[in-house]
Write a protein that binds this ligand. Structure first.
Ligand SMILES: CC(C)(COP(=O)(O)OP(=O)(O)OC[C@H]1O[C@@H](n2cnc3c(N)ncnc32)[C@H](O)[C@@H]1OP(=O)(O)O)[C@@H](O)C(=O)NCCC(=O)NCCS
Length: 163
C-alpha cells in the first residue's frame, strides 16, 4: 500500500527521477518548472531550499511512496502555512498512478494532518478550470466547488475546505 512520508534530504534522488519521468505529463496541467530545475545542481538547490522552508514551519511537504518504499508516485504539499489560519494545498501524481483513488486518499490525510498537527482552520487549492480530475479529487475530499480567481494572470478556481 503506497504511503505518505514527510519530505527529507534522503528523498532527493527519487523525487528528481519522478519529476524528470513525469515532466511532460505535469506540463499538460500545471506550469512547467523550467529546464534548470531538472539539472542535478538546480534540483539539489531547490530541494535544499524546500527543506529549509519546511524546517522554518512555512511549509509541509510529502512524497507518496510506492510499495518498494523508494519509488515516488506523487507529491502532496502544504505551502504558506499560517498556524491558526490557513495553508495552500498542491499535489501531483505520476500518470501511471492515477485512477486508483490515491490522490483523494492522500489529500484527505493531509487535511487531517493540517487540522490536528499544524493547527490550520482552512486549507485551499487552486485548479485550472479544465482540470476535471483535480476538481473531482477536491470535491471527494470535502472541498467547496471553487470560486473564480486570477492566478498569475490566468483564470483559476479556488476551492476551500474548512477543517
Ligand atoms: C489531479 C490528479 C492528482 C488526479 O489523480 P487521480 O486521483 O488519480 O484522478 P483520476 O484519474 O482518478 O480522476 C479523478 C476523477 O476525474 C475524472 N477524470 C479524470 N480525467 C478526466 C477528464 N479528462 N475529463 C473528465 N473527467 C476526468 C475521473 O474519471 C475520476 O472521476 P471518478 O473517480 O468519479 O471516475 C492527477 O491527475 C495529476 O497529478 N495530474 C497532473 C498534475 C495536476 O493536475 N495536479 C493538480 C493541480 S491543481
Amino acid at each position: 500500500m503506497p504511503r505518505l512520508e514527510r519530505l527529507t534530504a534522503a528523498h532527493a534522488s527519487a523525487v528528481l527521477e519522478f519529476e524528470r519521468a513525469e515532466r511532460e505529463w505535469f506540463a499538460r496541467w500545471v506550469p512547467d518548472r523550467g529546464d534548470a530545475y531538472f539539472t542535478a545542481e538546480g534540483f539539489a538547490a531547490r530541494h535544499a531550499a524546500l527543506l529549509a522552508e519546511q524546517d522554518a514551519g512555512a511549509c509541509r511537504f510529502h512524497v507518496l511512496l510506492d510499495d518498494d518504499a523508494r519509488t515516488v508516485l506523487g507529491r502532496f504539499n502544504l505551502m504558506d502555512v499560517v498556524t491558526g489560519e490557513d495553508g495552500e494545498l498542491g499535489y501531483r501524481l505520476a500518470r501511471g498512478a492515477t485512477g486508483r483513488g490515491l490522490a483523494t486518499a492522500a489529500v484527505r490525510k493531509l487535511c487531517a494532518l493540517a487540522g490536528a498537527s499544524l493547527g490550520l482552520s482552512r486549507v485551499w487549492a487552486d485548479t485550472d478550470v479544465h482540470n476535471t480530475a483535480s476538481r473531482a479529487v477536491l470535491a471527494r475530499a470535502g472541498f467547496g466547488p471553487g470560486v473564480p480567481v486570477d492566478r498569475e494572470g490566468k483564470p483559476a478556481l479556488r476551492h476551500a475546505r474548512v477543517l
